[in-house]
Design a protein around this ligand. Structure first.
Ligand SMILES: *Cc1c(COP(=O)(O)O)cnc(C)c1O
Length: 361
């Protein structure tokens, strides 16, 4: 393989598209005649302003983001949003959460520090292996929002149908599925995504928020924690994560060049099918998630024992496939096959697992 790279199934930080890495390499020492690397550049310079403006414009085009939504680039990863969301969006001090795995659970724990949290549905009873029915949730009239994690990275499940919020605004953590498929932004009050899963380097979150949800009456809140601060200052109240914004901007352009989110979705469906078809036919490996809720991005699976799981992980690593060990809360293996994972990578994994199974019958 070119560059002697491994096939990297990391859940995050994760693979980047190779053409993007090559472009970044080519611009490393002298960005387009500026005489410096983007890392060395003032965020207040005209050349950097063009980088951030283009990143936002390309993202808006890719997702077809309506004009009444702000796009914000904020630091603190997705985790800081677990706190910023209730701090900014709880007007009545009450919100509804759906618990589908480790990441929604963390969001719930943080929101409880801010206000009343109603967990209206949960799949905890089956170790978060399915998305509960959310067509008729018990939502108090004065709840400020309904919160979901749209793709649970650790447990490997995804929402294929959004909950019925009964007129309340929907807030979604899309970290591990961001830009993997088309998304109708106006179905949501707010979407956010830590970018290191499916887009770029770690340390930044993209927030897409409807303008009327940005409040100016939160003057007691630390200034950095108010969405208004970031919205009023074009995501540059302080020094933003200039490097991450630059790299994400490149990925947005790359996605546009391959046909946008519809084309990306087709590739993702095709890729995931190769692995799921194998799991469904295998006698050694079993997927852990209900079929209709399976994630196209994170695919957890197990063998009959921890010992065999560990043996498979070691064997894949020796064969140049890295980061397949499952998260400790699910065990087994997990293949994260985000946008940047080529189909050939998934095919190589399946070939390997087939062979392993045949040899260990
Ligand atoms: C990784 C992840 C997070 C946390 O992201 P950080 O950038 O590490 O804070 C939150 N939600 C989901 C769904 C994730 O996959």
């Amino acid at each position: 393989m070119k560059y002697d790279r491994v096939i990297n199934f990391s859940a995050g930080p994760a693979m980047m598209p190779e053409p993007v890495l090559e472009e970044i390499r080519d611009e490393m020492m002298n960005y387009r005649g500026s005489g410096m690397c983007v890392m060395e550049m003032s965020h207040r310079s005209a050349v950097y302003q063009t980088i951030i403006d283009e990143a936002e414009a390309d993202l808006r085009e890719l997702m077809n983001i309506p004009d009444n939504y702000k796009v914000l680039f904020i630091q603190g990863g997705a985790t800081l949003q677990f706190s910023m969301i209730p701090m900014n969006l709880m007007k009545n001090g009450k919100a509804v959460y759906v618990e589908t795995g480790a990441w929604s659970k963390k969001a719930i724990a943080e929101a409880k520090k801010v206000g009343e949290v109603i967990v209206a549905a949960s799949s905890k009873d089956k170790n978060y292996s399915y998305v509960p029915d959310c067509s008729d949730l018990d939502i108090p009239e004065d709840a400020d929002y309904v919160y979901i994690c749209e793709n649970e990275t650790i447990h490997g499940l995804t929402w294929n149908k959004l909950p019925n919020t009964k007129g309340h605004i929907l807030v979604s953590d899309q970290s591990s599925m961001f830009l993997s498929r088309p998304c109708n932004v106006s179905d949501y009050g707010m979407i956010y995504a830590g970018v290191q899963k499916n887009v770029g380097p770690a340390g930044m979150v993209v927030v897409i928020i409807r303008e009327d949800l940005i409040r100016d009456d939160l003057t007691d809140l630390p200034v950095y924690l108010q969405y208004k601060t970031h919205a009023d200052n074009g995501s540059m109240y302080n020094t933003p994560n200039t490097w991450a914004i630059y790299c994400c901007g490149k990925v947005f352009k790359y996605l546009k060049s391959i046909g946008g989110l519809e084309a990306m979705n087709q590739k993702n469906i095709e890729k995931a099918k190769i692995l799921y078809d194998f799991l469904d036919s295998s006698e050694m490996f079993t997927g852990t998630v209900a079929k209709e809720d399976r994630s196209l991005m994170n695919v957890p699976f197990v063998t009959e024992s921890k010992e065999l799981d560990a043996e498979v992980v070691a064997a894949t690593k020796a064969a140049g496939m890295d980061n397949l060990k499952g998260h400790k809360s699910v065990g087994g293996l997990r293949a994260s096959i985000y946008n940047a994972m080529p189909k050939e990578g998934v095919e190589a994994l399946v070939e390997f697992l087939k062979k392993f199974e045949a040899e260990h019958k």
